[in-house]
Design a binder for this molecule. Structure first.
Ligand code: MG
Length: 367
């Protein structure tokens, strides 16, 4: 299965409504930026990273794929996923210019495409290639009802609607003012009752003092986790918060390597582990994080940077995974979409990683 060609692509897909915001970003589209990897046996694999649909930034990623990675890969055997991961990550020129950021996002797209190819070649969905189904269901939690840009009354309506649709978990964004966010949390908890898990997500906006104040007010509302309370790389701050509150700490969507996660594990700074195949260098590096989390007996809740397309396979196959984020923006762009039925993700059935775009998405969103 020799790699013959690597073709980068950019899709910009609209978000729910005309725009959404968390504490740090306001966006109108989600960027699906990736690569199609062709082989001499006629199969193509698709992989992508996730962006805020910023075309100049997206073009840096596709340039990295086309100009830096494609020459390393064309002519290689696509079955050698681990070796090719290492070839890219440890290429002397590439290692010098980046072990994070654009080079990692581009590497993610390539690695996911290789896993997609290998699953297609084996004629099985990726979860089967990863070792098979280890759980009956993967519980979904809904983030799309909880944006900071949603008005208080609409937030409560959306939370109720998600529960009526079968979701047993939701997440709401925080990081505006402590007072407003506590008010919204209390209203949502009252609306959904005690049986639904309610997580909060600060997107790294607050300092430790604000987080401590928020947690003191939030503890009575049974918060499932506090996600990205502090700046993404602040191990010491997260460890201090984890010691000071009964609310579990979650993070990982902006970490790039297993080494970065290891520091949080060592320092007792994390309870829920949230790697993302589209930010780390693909499935290969996220599997290392999942294995390390298992060794620490920490549950994994993958981030929906790929809007669950690849993560649903991972969640069915890895023993450390516990629950998975649901954001529906891009699911209909793929031939085997990450669908939620009765509050759980449907087990994917098509061969591959669920990353093959539909003709319709290709025509509508390609940049
Ligand atoms: Mg988050």
């Amino acid at each position: 299965m020799k790699i013959t060609r690597i073709e980068p692509f950019i899709l910009h897909v609209p978000v729910t409504g005309s725009q959404i915001a968390d504490s740090t970003h306001t966006i109108t589209h989600w960027g699906v930026v990736g690569a199609r990897v062709d082989t001499d046996d006629g199969l193509s694999g698709y992989g992508f990273t996730g962006t805020h649909a910023h075309l100049p930034g997206d073009r840096l990623i596709t340039a990295c794929i086309a100009d830096c990675y494609a020459p390393l890969l064309v002519g290689e055997d696509a079955r050698d996923v681990q070796r090719l991961w290492t070839k890219i990550a440890r290429d002397p020129a590439m290692q010098w210019i980046g072990r994070a950021g654009i080079t990692s996002l581009a590497h993610a797209a390539i690695d996911v495409a290789l896993w997609d190819l290998n699953a297609k070649a084996a004629g099985v969905p990726l979860w089967k290639l990863l070792g098979g189904q280890v759980r009956e269901t993967v519980r979904a939690y809904n983030t799309d009802i909880g944006w900071l840009s949603i008005a208080d009354d609409k937030l409560v309506d959306g939370a109720r609607r998600a529960v009526q649709q079968g979701f047993t978990g939701i997440k709401i964004k925080v990081g505006s003012t402590v007072e407003r966010d506590l008010r919204r949390l209390e209203a949502v908890r009252k609306a959904v009752g005690p049986e639904i898990t309610v997580a909060v997500d600060g997107n790294g906006k607050w300092d430790l003092a604000s987080c401590l104040r928020f947690c003191r007010g939030a503890e009575p509302f049974d918060v499932y986790w506090f996600e990205e309370p502090l700046w993404h790389d602040d191990v010491k701050g997260h460890a201090a918060l984890a010691r000071a509150t009964r609310i579990p700490v979650a993070l990982g969507e902006q970490l790039y390597t297993v080494d970065a996660f290891s520091e949080f594990f060592h320092q007792g700074a994390i309870h829920w582990v949230q790697p993302d195949v589209t930010r780390m260098a693909g499935v290969t590096e996220v599997l290392r994080v999942c294995d390390a989390a298992l060794a620490y007996r920490l549950p994994v809740a993958p981030h929906a940077g790929d809007m669950s397309q690849v993560h649903v396979h991972l969640s069915y196959a890895h023993p450390a995974c516990a629950v998975l984020e649901y954001i529906p923006w891009i699911k209909d762009c793929f031939t085997d979409p990450a669908e939620v039925v009765d509050g759980s993700f449907r087990l994917p059935t098509e061969p591959g990683a669920g990353t093959t775009p539909t003709e319709k998405a290709w025509a509508a969103y390609r940049k």
